[in-house]
Design a protein around this ligand. Structure first.
Ligand SMILES: Cc1cc2nc3c(=O)[nH]c(=O)nc-3n(C[C@H](O)[C@H](O)[C@H](O)COP(=O)(O)OP(=O)(O)OC[C@H]3O[C@@H](n4cnc5c(N)ncnc54)[C@H](O)[C@@H]3O)c2cc1C
Length: 384
């Protein structure tokens, strides 16, 4: 094995050991799911000891609107692509096509990428990671944690990436849940591995990862439906959502909130602390990879993977969000027409899905509809 990791055993041991630690954490999440919704509200810090334990409702007034944004999810039909390709004298490990679940699946796919690098490249081979979104940065951390020498190449970092725009709820939304031929357990393994890592991070310092109840009205949307029940995915019925002013029944799902404006800088910090470099670079075609000094390449370019591979399965799915000024709302909400993910920098309202639309300019009319749907929900649910 490569030896660069030995210089910083503590941090590497933490990165490596996180999944193992999480086995215990998983049990905790499952346990939460089995508890009552009102108890869950109390646990998440809602309310006083007496009287009904209710979370506050959001302030959805115009004065609270801070920004409108659009991002393009890198959706790949069939399955996320995590596999090896040998081309010329390069070993390319693809890791792209995570749709609306790139944050959710990131650590699990990073572990798969590491497995492929280990299986196909000697320990001393330096590795180029292409892309510094959540998929590239987690892959870089995983490789560095295993002692590999890593350089990340990317056109944009942090708030230039799609990852920055993610809500981000831990749920496999808008992603093809297929597995490659011969590996039927792939998607489930990635999902569970990723959950385990995030659950550990939620309990260790400030990674911008927190356990949160998601109050759902109706089925809460596809992503939540696809969280395995032992990871908290089966909604626990509630006679009434525990949000002030609401009179509507629903359910609660135990999930996690990942805040990209905290999580991504933390990953960048980890990459650098572990000895990795992040280098600005734009790739126009596969030929540009031949100029790299690394022969092992992990392709985490998201939708930008189309610059280096022809992949007709990879398309953009636009999502728009309205960012409200921060409010202290320690819960997520999913109702029929959208979602609300309160973070410390903003309350994110979203839920639009425009397949094949790749224009990143936000559409103000669509954003106004997002806001209107939330106002309708709160007005209607208050009187239901
Ligand atoms: C509105 C919205 C809400 C979302 N909510 C969630 C959520 O709640 N939960 C969740 O899990 N996911 C969510 N997602 C999905 C998530 O954002 C994506 O799946 C994820 O960001 C994909 O990460 P990535 O690293 O593959 O791509 P990106 O973040 O796009 O990163 C790609 C990297 O590659 C670089 N790059 C691209 N092309 C080139 C090139 N030609 N040359 C050099 N560098 C290049 C970019 O500069 C960047 O560094 C949401 C997405 C949107 C748009």
């Amino acid at each position: 094995m490569a030896t660069t990791g030995e210089a910083r055993p503590d941090r590497r041991a933490f990165l490596r050991g996180a999944a193992a630690l999480a086995a215990g954490a998983l049990a905790g999440v499952g346990g939460c799911a089995a508890r009552g919704g009102q108890a869950g509200a109390a646990q998440a810090g809602a309310a006083p000891a007496t009287g009904p334990r209710l979370f506050p409702a959001p302030d959805l007034s115009d004065a609270m609107v801070a920004a409108m944004r659009a991002g393009i999810r890198p959706y790949r039909s069939g399955r996320v692509r995590v596999e090896c390709e040998r081309r010329d004298n390069l070993l390319v490990i693809h890791n792209y096509g995570h749709g609306g679940a790139g944050v959710t699946l990131s650590w699990g796919c990073a572990a798969e990428a590491l497995r492929l690098v280990r299986g196909h490249a000697p320990a001393e081979e330096p590795v180029a990671v292409l892309g510094a979104g959540v998929v590239g940065l987690t892959a870089a951390c995983e490789l560095l944690g295993a002692g590999r020498r890593v350089r990340v190449y990317a056109r944009d970092t942090l708030d230039g990436t799609t990852s920055w725009l993610a809500g981000a709820q831990w749920a496999p939304s808008l992603v093809s849940r297929g597995s490659p031929p011969g590996d039927p357990g792939f998607f489930d393994r990635v999902l569970r591995g990723s959950h385990a890592r995030f659950a550990t991070l939620a309990d260790h310092g400030d990674w911008g990862v927190a356990r949160r109840p998601n109050f759902v009205c109706g089925d809460g949307g596809g992503g939540l439906r696809h969280i395995p029940s032992d990871l908290g995915g089966t909604p626990e019925p509630l006679a009434r959502l525990p949000i002030a002013g609401l009179q509507v029944p629903g359910g609660v799902v135990r999930t996690m909130l990942v805040e990209p404006p905290v999580f991504l800088p933390r990953l960048v910090h980890e990459v650098r602390t572990l000895g990795g470099e992040i280098v600005p670079r734009t790739f126009e075609s596969f030929d540009d990879l031949r100029g790299l000094r690394e022969r092992v390449v992990v392709n985490c370019l998201g939708l930008g993977a189309r610059a280096i591979v022809a992949d007709p399965r990879l398309t953009g799915v636009r999502g728009q969000v309205v960012l409200l000024r921060p409010q202290n709302l320690p819960y997520l909400l999913s109702h029929g027409d959208g979602y609300m993910f309160p973070r410390r920098d903003a309350v994110v309202l979203g839920g639009t899905v425009e397949r094949g639309v790749e224009n990143p300019t936000p559409d103000p009319a669509a954003c106004r509809r997002i806001l209107a749907s939330h106002r309708r929900f709160f007005a209607g649910a208050a009187t239901a």
